[in-house]
Ligand binder design. Structure first.
Ligand code: SAM
Length: 274
């Protein structure tokens, strides 16, 4: 794990356990969990937590850092400091995160950056995120028309260039509009802010998808089509991701097409001269 003699004793590896219990984890992530001195886990539910606990006798559940009235930024800081503090004692620490450990996860990225800056061995093992499941379950190929990902609240409060010719995937839709980082769900007034922003680019009748990946093999995904206008009252869960399929066709870049045609004509002329 740590062959560089200049590195300090102790390491941090943040691994991804995937979305589905037992089915998505990579052999290398599993091996890191099994061989760690201590594992700090953030799992999607209690069953997943128990599954991680079955792989190593020393697993600490970091979900307990989330508390009513406590800003999520404080929770992330606590998770990060907890992992780093054990690493600084010389232990081989694993942070196990459901889905992909680096997709919409703050403490993993920050802790790895700090560990490296302090001279410890640290890295992240990639994995299967909610978006990977979404591509499979919703039949979306991001290469066909392009695809952008945003945290829903950030999209509301900052001016971004929304491209309605491609797919738009919005994470943390159930807390959209919460700038306090405290709320566990927001109501229709906050959701209206998102609909207002989106309705500049999509009609209210545009069909959008509420997506939930199953965490157990026996469950089915939620792939529910509703109109953008209906999003205001839609039943959302903390793990619901909102997908907006394109509402506009691709538009040709006429200037580039013209340049391309000249380029091709020049190539033909050169071929003829040869
Ligand atoms: C803190 S992020 C964690 C994402 C996770 N690391 C991943 O790789 O997918 C939480 C957000 O991920 C999305 N998410 C989490 N679980 C999901 C699921 N089962 N189905 C669909 N989206 C999910 C939702 O947008 C949710 O608000």
């Amino acid at each position: 794990m740590n062959n560089n003699s200049n590195l300090k004793k102790g390491s941090l590896v943040c691994v991804s356990t995937g979305m589905q219990l037992g089915a998505h984890i990579s052999p290398i992530s599993q091996s890191h969990i099994e061989n760690a001195d201590i594992v700090f886990a953030v799992m999607a539910d209690g069953i997943m937590q128990k599954w991680v606990e079955s792989m190593n006798p020393n697993v600490f559940n970091m979900q307990q850092f989330y508390q009513k009235g406590k800003p999520r930024s404080d929770t992330y800081e606590e998770m990060m400091q907890t992992m780093l503090s054990e690493m600084r004692k010389g232990k081989n620490v694993v942070g196990a995160f459901y889905g992909h450990a680096g997709v919409f996860v703050t403490p993993s990225h920050k802790a790895i950056a700090i560990a490296k800056a302090e001279g410890y061995y640290a890295h992240m093992e990639p994995g299967i995120s909610a978006e990977d499941c979404l591509f499979a379950d919703c039949g979306i190929n991001p290469g066909q028309l392009g695809c952008a990902n945003y945290e829903a609240t950030q999209l509301v409060f900052y001016q971004r260039n929304i491209d309605a010719c491609g797919y738009l995937i919005l994470w943390q839709a159930n807390i959209v509009g919460d700038r306090t980082l405290i709320k566990r769900a927001t109501n229709r007034k906050y959701r209206q802010l998102l609909v207002d922003v989106l309705s500049e680019h999509y009609p209210l009748e545009h069909e959008v998808i509420l997506y939930e990946a199953p965490t157990l093999a026996i469950d089915s995904p939620r792939v529910e089509s509703i109109t953008l206008g209906d999003f205001i009252n839609a039943p959302l869960k903390p793990h619901t991701t909102l997908v907006l399929p394109p509402s506009k066709p691709l538009r040709r870049n006429a200037d580039i097409f013209e340049q391309y045609e000249q380029l091709e004509a020049n190539v033909v002329q050169l071929e003829l001269v040869k």
